[in-house]
Design a protein around this ligand. Structure first.
Ligand code: SF4
Length: 324
């Protein structure tokens, strides 16, 4: 699934399995198949929305992409360089190119540091700029994300939720990254504030040609910011296409169910609401065949025994379902 332009990030068959240990001897008795072979690419200035219910593996995927956790197998290529097996020291220059924004800005900001020190920390760690230049850069970052430079001396608890997320964005921007992974970056915010933060992210993308991997459980949230959308279910991508195709011609029953929960702004248009039965099954023992067969209204006997490959059913539109 290649992006139209030279990818900033290319992921191939990425897997992250966590061992399940039991007993006094901590023997490995199984695996959690959190991410089980996903592939995608993100081009310069593009956003890929990675969507799925809680427990589908999207957060693990986001962290594995940045090598904040080590992948079990597969490859991560950043700007043409395979970084999958680079040592910590070799990885350092790539770290500054790839940043993350977390869901809960309050718990991700050190409460004992001033907002200015939080935003300036990456500059300090990477030895960029002297004290005076650093302070000027931090003030410029504050202004750019809609905060007053005078607020640099304040502590995280003195800011609102939306402002705290702006601090998180300023920190992510400090080293001039090419790629930002947003892990549910607006989910903890009020709806009106969500729109402001998404607008800010879009403005920054246009200005700096940033690429985003935007992780969310909510399709409505990713719609406005994503160029492409990948829908994940139990560690695998089940549908991948440009955003318009996902919203107008979704092909996978799981995507259809997620879409049916998205409110339609026009009251004349009604979507048939399809409530998904049950929770996402455990990734320790995923269902056989198609992982979705235990919840799929269209499942046929073949679905229980045979895993459907992710196939390109129309240009750029990939679906993993026996019926498509
Ligand atoms: Fe449903 Fe079968 Fe398609 Fe899976 S392969 S989504 S169970 S119809």
């Amino acid at each position: 699934m290649a992006s139209a332009n030279q990818p900033v990030l290319e992921i191939k068959d990425l897997k992250k399995h966590f061992p399940v240990k039991k007993g006094v001897l901590r023997r490995t008795v199984g695996q959690v198949y959190a991410v089980d072979g996903i592939s995608f690419a993100i081009g310069v200035g593009e956003t890929l929305g990675l969507v799925g219910e809680s427990g589908c593996g999207k957060t693990t995927a986001g962290r594995a992409v940045l090598r904040l956790i080590e992948p079990t197998s597969g490859s991560i290529v950043v700007g043409g360089t395979d970084i999958t097996h680079l040592s910590k020291a070799e990885l350092r220059p790539y770290r500054s190119q790839m940043q993350i924004i977390f869901q809960d800005p309050f718990s991700s900001l050190n409460p004992r540091m001033t907002a200015g020190d939080i935003v300036g920390e990456p500059l300090l760690v990477h030895g960029v700029a002297n004290r005076k230049e650093r302070s000027e850069q931090i003030a410029a970052l504050f202004a750019r994300v809609g905060l007053r430079p005078a607020q640099m001396a304040n502590y995280p608890h003195q800011f609102s939720g939306g402002q705290r997320q702006r601090i998180g964005i300023a920190r992510a921007l400090a080293l001039g990254p090419k790629l930002i992974v947003g892990d549910e970056p607006v989910s903890a915010l009020d709806v009106s504030i969500q729109a402001q933060v998404i607008n800010l992210l879009q403005d920054l993308q246009r200005e700096r040609q940033l690429s985003y991997l935007f992780i969310s459980h909510n399709l409505a949230v990713v719609e406005h910011i994503s160029h492409h959308i990948a829908v994940m279910y139990l560690g695998r991508i089940v549908e991948y296409a440009d955003t318009r195709s996902i919203f107008t011609r979704a092909q996978h029953p799981y995507t259809e169910a997620l879409l049916s929960a998205v409110p339609v702004p026009d009251p004349a248009i009604r979507r048939h609401k399809r409530v998904l039965q049950g929770d996402v099954p455990s990734p320790v023992k995923p269902p056989s065949g198609c992982h979705f067969h235990t919840r799929c209204p269209y499942a046929i006997p073949r679905c229980k025994v045979e895993s459907p490959p992710l196939r390109e059913i129309a240009p750029g539109h990939h679906v993993s379902c026996h019926l498509r």
